[in-house]
Design a protein around this ligand. Structure first.
Ligand SMILES: Cc1cc2nc3c(=O)[nH]c(=O)nc-3n(C[C@H](O)[C@H](O)[C@H](O)COP(=O)(O)O)c2cc1C
Length: 158
C-alpha cells in the first residue's frame, strides 16, 4: 500500500549535469519512474546557480542529485545551495540525495556527500545514495533507493 490515492507525495528532483543523456539523466528518469509507480507525483528541474527556487514550496520532498566532476558536486547544484534562494525554500523540507561518480562508495560518502549535507543541516534526509557507474543500469538498486525514500517519508508523515 502506498500513500497514493488520497494524498500522493509530491516530489521534485533538482539536478545538475554537464552532459545531456548521460548517467545523471538516465538515473533521474529511473528514479522518477519508480517513484511515480509508487503513486508519487514527480517533476524534475535542472539547477542554475542563480535560479529562483520558490517553486520548491509546492513539493513535499526535494530530491537533489548530481555527478562529481573534479572532486566537486556539479557546480550548478552546489552553487544553487550556496548562492540562490534554494536554501530558504528548503527550510523544513524533507530531502533525499544522490550522487553519480566514478569513485568507490566509501570514498564518495566521505568526500562528496558532505558537500551537499553541510548545506542541509536543518533538513530531514530521507535517503542518500552514491551510484557508481556499474550500478546505474541495475534497476534493483534504484528501486531500493526509492523504497528507502518512501519508507522514511511514511515514517516522518504518520
Ligand atoms: C570531467 C570529469 C571529471 C570527473 N571527476 C570525477 C571525480 O573527481 N571523482 C569521481 O568520483 N568521479 C569523477 N568523474 C566521473 C563522473 O562523476 C561520473 O562518470 C558521472 O556518472 C558522470 O555523470 P554525467 O554522465 O551525468 O555527466 C568525472 C567525470 C568527468 C567526465
Amino acid at each position: 500500500m502506498t500513500h497514493t490515492a488520497v494524498n500522493p507525495m509530491r516530489a521534485i528532483i533538482l539536478f545538475d549535469s554537464k552532459t545531456t543523456g548521460g548517467s545523471t539523466d538516465k538515473l533521474i528518469d529511473s528514479i522518477g519512474r519508480e517513484l511515480a509507480e509508487t503513486g508519487a507525483y514527480v517533476e524534475k528541474a535542472k539547477c542554475k546557480t542563480t535560479g529562483d527556487y520558490s517553486f520548491v514550496k509546492d513539493f513535499d520532498v526535494v530530491i537533489m542529485g548530481a555527478p562529481i566532476y573534479y572532486l566537486l558536486v556539479s557546480s550548478q547544484l552546489l552553487g544553487a545551495l550556496i548562492q540562490s534562494n534554494l536554501k530558504q525554500y528548503l527550510n523544513g523540507k524533507k530531502v533525499a540525495l544522490f550522487l553519480t561518480c566514478g569513485s568507490p562508495e566509501l570514498m564518495a560518502n566521505l568526500l562528496y556527500l558532505p558537500q551537499l549535507k553541510m548545506n542541509l543541516v536543518d533538513n530531514t534526509i530521507l535517503a542518500e545514495k552514491i551510484f557508481a557507474p556499474d550500478q546505474l543500469s541495475d534497476l534493483s538498486i534504484v528501486q531500493k533507493y526509492v523504497h528507502e525514500l518512501n519508507d522514511a517519508y511514511r515514517k516522518e508523515t504518520h
